[in-house]
Design a protein around this ligand. Structure first.
Ligand SMILES: [Zn+2]
Length: 354
């Protein structure tokens, strides 16, 4: 879809840029609180737009849950309405929107501002979202993958403040990674650096969302953990009963964190799943530690909500598998931004080099 085709005639946003530039002039005095905007499309389940000040404090927030990942036209239409809502003049009395940052749950060519692929969605292949939004809103826009954005956010505002070499691991529906080298995101030649969900950790292992087999994401993502738990419970009455108990008879709602808790309480099926997560995530991270020698690994996403149940055994595995010189000073910790990491990441993108 081209930028022109993506435009929606009669949208309220067609007037919005003019109103925003009007605010621009009133905000020109020194000391005026400036405002920046950010957008988030994470894994296709939620589209969120938030307006924050330059400290990352969120001033306005709108969210729209999605049942499935919609095509470009539908999502852009949704964004138009949401942007008009958050950018209404009475919301921006103290300044103007300086920049828009977008964190995308998919492959992004950050150099050219193009969405390469949005997983499980159609019409997004090679979509020039950065130019589209910049032109539409008349505001500079920056887009990146959500794990890269979250990595930057954790280093600037969260658990990794002051660290120069950091690996961020987003253990969500999929698994994403963000590598911070000397304080900046390392993107690689074609912006796929950090795609650690597709590291091969188990030959002939379960099928991954990308079509490959035995990738880390197919074993240790939140979705893989929940799915495996549901699948294995069918043959294990005790586990099935435990599942019913913790989910209020809605087994499909089981979370990765609940699986970790059931494992800690002694459920043998949950223990097997959690053990696999520790084993294969441990292998992947130990390999990365030898490659990039980080001072810190920050774990985020839903699986990281398991906290110490995830981190303590994982740290021990990594230490067992690594050369002491590579791992003795390494800290493996839970992200401080929690479920906000992606959205704060989008803000952090927008604030870069301002
Ligand atoms: Zn894969």
């Amino acid at each position: 879809m081209s930028i022109q085709q993506g435009r929606l005639q009669g949208s309220p946003l067609q007037e919005a840029p003019a109103r925003i530039s009007g605010n621009l002039r009133t905000a020109a005095q020194p000391g005026t609180q400036r405002t920046t905007g950010k957008l988030l499309a994470t894994q296709g389940y939620v589209v969120g737009i938030e307006i924050s000040d330059l400290n990352g404090t969120i001033l306005q927030r709108v969210r729209r849950p999605l049942e499935y990942v919609a095509d470009t036209k539908t999502v852009l239409q949704l964004l138009d309405g949401m942007l008009a809502e958050v950018m209404a003049p009475d919301h921006l009395e103290d300044g103007r929107v300086l920049r828009v940052g977008v964190a995308i749950g998919g492959l992004v060519d950050a150099t050219h501002g193009v969405v390469r692929t949005l997983h499980h969605a159609h019409g997004w292949d090679n979509f020039p979202l950065q130019d589209y939004l910049a032109e539409r809103l008349d505001i500079p826009c920056i887009i990146d993958n959500n794990a890269n954005a979250a990595a930057l956010a954790e280093v600037q505002y969260g658990a990794g403040i002051g660290e120069r070499i950091v690996l961020y691991v987003g253990l969500g529906r999929g698994i994403g990674g963000g590598m911070i080298i000397n304080g900046r995101v390392y993107h690689g030649t074609t912006c796929t650096a950090g795609e650690i969900g597709h590291l091969l950790v188990k030959e002939n292992g379960p099928r991954c969302s990308c079509g490959g087999f035995g990738h880390l994401e197919a074993i240790a993502s939140a979705q893989a953990i929940s799915r495996t738990m549901i699948g294995l419970s069918v043959e294990n009455p005790q586990t099935e009963a435990a599942l019913r108990r913790v989910t209020g008879a809605r087994a499909e709602r089981i979370t990765a964190e609940q699986v970790f808790r059931l494992a800690a309480e002694g459920d043998s099926v949950a223990q097997q799943i959690v053990n696999d997560v520790h084993t294969y995530l441990g292998i992947a991270l130990a390999n990365i530690v030898h490659l990039m020698n980080p001072s810190m690994i920050i774990l985020g996403g839903q699986v990281a909500q398991a906290g110490e149940l995830l981190i303590v055994p994982l740290q021990a595995r990594i230490r067992d598998l690594c050369l002491p010189a590579a791992s003795e000073d390494l800290r493996v910790i839970q992200g401080r931004l929690g479920t906000e990491a992606n959205i704060v990441g989008a803000v952090t993108l927008a604030l870069q080099d301002i």
